[in-house]
Design a protein around this ligand. Structure first.
Ligand code: FPP
Ligand code: K
Ligand code: ZN
Length: 461
């Protein structure tokens, strides 16, 4: 359903019950008559979510029909997920670095101090770094951009020189030069698939570690005339936008929300979003596609056309909105230097309250297990906990892109400011406001600042 149609009219006033807009308590008013497997799954999902959205599945809800965020239960789940990880030499689970990022980021969003994990993280990731550059999923595994991205973000999350300096920047640079392709994109691993995750993960790693951009003489990208790690990357990302308006993994396949975030994140690093996103994306079609990802009555986002809502898209799709807003507005003066507008209007491009409802009503495991999930019928896990909370954070926050990088070569050096979102009704309890997450790097902004300033002091290697 288009964001504009997701209104705030309260439902019929009940003498006792909470006030919930009927949009979130009834099956959709407009239906496509065509019956398919997808339409049946969609109907089942609505049936599954409605009792949660109506407050019937919760012991206690507020006046808006929304339950509290069970911080302590979710934090306990996340600490357990982190603690259950085997040591450096045991197990071959290639998603181990991801578990670190998901848990540490989710705990940070819940307001926990994750610095005590520093020593353990440093000891573990030291052994998965390869001499030829990058990090693998476990000891002896080949380097991969996804795990490398997860390790670099995890190190940034725990912070401190001891963590930052685990990374061998020279071999990292050499390895990234090998991944850079003649068409401008990045492979995920040497000889592996080339997709928009590569474009985003490489931009994040290059900018956070302040790596030199000049390509090594051996880089395969030199055959395409490139001399620079990021040259031609915007043009490569442009080719991922599909006829639907969304973004696919690579040219010619199906648009998916996770790839829209990768594309916007990458473009917002290689230049300021009001220049790069507008230069490389067809904005009206992208916004139309992103808006179509939000459903009613569920309130959450789907990842692609004719598929179901899922809590993780609260980040992958929800996280696109601040970048879209910044692209459209360009740098805006800081709110402190502007008179505060006295307005109750919510001018957001998506329904923040729809998303917050979906997250708090449908994505919390309120059993002893805790953690956050895709939808009520699914088990919670670290991945969904991280991205559901990231989405909650961005729905609660008004991000302002306040200053564009002074020096266009300073990657990702834009200034962003967060303030609590106002406008419209606040349906969650103030105590359930969680920490902010950087709109481009998806970790707390002070952690981005700290790792960047550490590496900005380094010239070359
Ligand atoms: C489909 O899963 C999911 C995808 C095609 C994309 C998955 C990619 C990511 C989640 C993130 C990649 C980003 C980085 C930074 C590595 P599905 O068919 O199970 O789900 P769906 O029905 O919701 O599409
Ligand atoms: K899914
Ligand atoms: Zn999911």
């Amino acid at each position: 359903m288009a964001a504009a149609a997701v209104g705030q009219q309260p439902g019929p006033a009940h003498a006792t019950g909470p006030s919930i807009p009927s949009l979130f308590t009834q099956p959709p008013v407009i239906r496509d008559e065509l019956e398919t497997d997808s339409s049946h799954l969609q109907d089942e999902t609505v049936d599954e979510c409605l009792p949660f959205l109506s407050g019937l599945e919760h012991d206690k809800v507020n006046a808006h029909g929304v339950p509290r965020l069970d911080r302590e239960r979710h934090a306990r789940f996340l600490r357990k997920q982190l603690g259950a990880l085997p040591g450096a030499y045991v197990g071959a689970d290639p998603s181990r670095p991801w578990i670190f990022y998901w848990c540490l980021n989710a705990l940070s969003l819940l307001g926990e101090d994750v610095e005590p994990y520093r020593a353990r993280l440093v000891e573990t990731v030291r052994f998965i770094q390869n001499p030829a550059g990058g990090f693998g999923g476990g000891f002896g595994q080949a380097s991969h951009l996804a795990t490398t991205y997860a390790v670099v973000l995890s190190l940034a999350l725990v912070g401190g020189e001891e963590a930052y300096d685990v990374v061998d920047r020279r071999s990292m640079w050499k390895w990234l030069c090998q991944l850079k392709q003649p068409d401008g994109g990045f492979q995920m691993a040497v000889g592996g698939e080339e997709d928009v995750r590569g474009a985003y993960c490489a931009s994040v790693v290059i900018s956070l570690l302040n790596l030199p951009l000049t390509l090594s003489p051996e880089s395969p990208a030199r055959a395409g005339g490139h001399t620079d790690l990021l040259s031609g990357l915007g043009e490569w990302v442009r080719l991922c936008q599909t006829y639907e308006g969304g973004v696919s993994a690579k040219h010619g396949v199906e648009a998916h929300g996770a790839y829209a975030f990768c594309a916007l994140g990458c473009l917002s690093i290689i230049d300021s979003p009001h220049r790069s996103v507008r230069k490389y994306m067809d904005m009206p079609r992208l916004i139309s596609w992103l808006s179509s990802r939000q459903y009613a009555p569920e309130g959450g986002f789907s990842g692609r056309t004719n598929k179901l809502v899922d809590g993780c898209y609260s980040h992958w799709v929800g996280g696109c909105w601040p970048l879209i807003e910044a692209s459209l507005s360009g740098p805006t003066a800081s709110p402190s230097s502007q008179p505060l507008e006295a307005t109750d209007e919510d001018d957001s491009l998506f329904s923040r309250n729809g998303l917050i409802r979906y997250i708090l009503c449908c994505c919390q495991d309120m059993s002893k297990r805790g953690g956050l999930r895709d939808k009520p019928s699914k088990y919670s896990d670290a991945y969904h906990s991280c991205y559901v909370l990231s989405g909650l954070s961005s729905a609660q926050t008004k991000w302002r892109f306040v200053a564009s990088r002074a020096d266009e070569t300073l990657l990702g050096d834009d200034r962003w400011e967060a303030s609590p979102h106002t406008g419209g009704v606040q349906i969650f309890d103030e105590e359930d406001r969680i920490a902010t997450t950087h709109p481009v790097y998806a970790i707390p902004p002070h952690r981005v600042e700290a790792i960047r300033s550490h590496f900005l002091s380094k010239e070359g290697f």
